[in-house]
Design a protein around this ligand. Structure first.
Ligand code: LRH
Ligand code: MN
Length: 395
């Protein structure tokens, strides 16, 4: 592992960028989730959006880099969104992207915006317009749309007709946007349907976004690609087109495993952040929202989220330590191994010391995991949160 002292790029500049980096955490990561085989409950799991936000605030408190929490509607539905937003502010948080949900009502068996039944499509559009109202009530500008829509058997429905229906529905939702607001359109290559998925890949999401307009951008969920997909290529292309709106960071070994980002393939996360740094896309002005989208089925949820934020920070720090001049020169000279070595030097650099310094400069403990354990918060909520129903994907 290369030591930080050996690095020649401007460490102070890298630290300044790292100090500004923010990662958005998902409310649903603090609730129970699982697989079709089992959803494990855990003592202290939140029972409502207020408790989810309180837990998310613990991650920000020890990392200083996670000041936003995404909501999912209706999982986070409340009577008074102003009050929820005010509560988030009291906790030092703001509410980020609003995720719609047109994948759990019985009517959506054959799809939502792609459903052959116009009444069901109208219901799905109406839900998204409601989500826009929630977005405005909590001061957010991002409506994140993931359509589970798809089919299971060849011939079940017209692939082309479903695309036309999706386009029409998205148009009706897009028409509801106000200035400064945007749609984040997510794709996923399969699940819950297994023959077609109506927005299966970045190309399909991009085609719909370009048909809609400038306020429509693509969400890249790192768990939503066929095995072997070069995700950083997609990142580079979407940045080139100015259509990368957000990431849903997680990692996987097989399918949409939603594991801790960087836990399965830290080198892939580094390669993705290398494309981000090369494009200057850490600059909030480029509008890329770095979000987590994970489920902690067996591990403690708050420490898992803290580890996730740290993994993104470490991949970003390594990407910021790439000697861009040396890389450019080697690439220009066709020095294949020389260019590769420049990247590997950065990847093989222990960046934990500079991230510790960035945290200490913010008055935080160098080790966020240790800092959280020392708060006794997990034990406190396990004792307090007795009774009621623990939040989970269904509820
Ligand atoms: C779908 C998905 C989507 C969310 C859900 C929680 O797999 O990635 O982003 O709505 O997970
Ligand atoms: Mn996702």
């Amino acid at each position: 592992m290369r030591r930080i002292e050996e690095v020649i790029v401007d460490i102070a500049a890298a630290k300044a960028v790292l100090a500004q980096q923010t990662i958005e955490v998902p409310s649903w990561a603090y609730g129970n989730s699982g697989t079709r085989f089992k959803v494990f409950g855990t003592p202290g799991t939140p029972r409502d959006p207020w408790e989810k936000i309180a837990d998310a605030a613990q991650v920000n408190a020890v990392t200083g880099a996670a000041p936003r929490v995404s909501l999912h509607i209706p999982w986070d539905k409340v009577e008074d969104y102003d009050a929820l937003s005010a509560y988030a502010h009291e906790q030092g948080m703001t509410i980020g992207a609003i995720n719609s949900n047109v994948f759990q009502d019985d009517e959506y068996r054959l799809g939502s915006l792609a459903n052959p039944d116009a009444r069901v499509r109208a219901k799905a559009v109406a839900h998204h317009l409601d989500c826009l109202e929630v977005m405005r009530a909590v001061g957010s500008t991002d409506l994140k749309i993931w359509l589970a829509d798809g089919t299971n058997y060849a011939g079940q429905d017209s692939i082309r007709a479903r695309q036309d229906r999706v386009a029409e529905g998205l148009e009706q939702i897009y028409a509801g946007l106000q200035a400064g607001e945007r749609i984040l359109l997510e794709y996923k290559f399969f699940e819950p349907f297994f023959y077609t998925t109506d927005i299966p890949d970045w190309g399909t999401s991009l085609v719909h976004c370009m048909a809609l307009g400038e306020q429509a951008t693509v969400v890249l969920d790192t768990g939503h690609h066929a095995p072997g997909t070069n995700i950083e290529f997609i990142v580079a292309q979407l940045l080139r087109l100015g259509r990368l709106g957000a990431f849903d960071f997680n990692s996987r070994y097989y399918a949409d495993d939603d594991l801790i980002v960087g836990s399965a393939d830290p080198f892939q996360l580094f390669r993705i952040m290398h494309e981000i740094v090369q494009a200057g896309a850490l600059d909030p002005a480029l509008g890329v929202n770095f979000m987590l989208d994970q489920c902690h089925n067996i591990e403690a949820k708050i420490p898992a989220q803290i580890r996730s934020v740290m993994n993104v920070q470490e991949a970003t720090a390594k990407a910021l330590l790439v000697d861009a001049d040396a890389l450019g020169a080697a690439q220009q000279a066709g020095d294949v191994l020389g260019a590769h070595a420049v990247l590997m030097d950065a990847f093989n650099t222990d960046v934990r010391p500079i991230l510790a310094e960035v945290r200490e400069a913010k008055g935080l403990d160098a080790d966020p995991i240790k800092a959280f354990a020392a708060t006794g918060y997990a034990e406190k909520v396990a004792a307090e949160r007795v009774g009621g129903t623990q939040a989970s994907w269904g509820a």
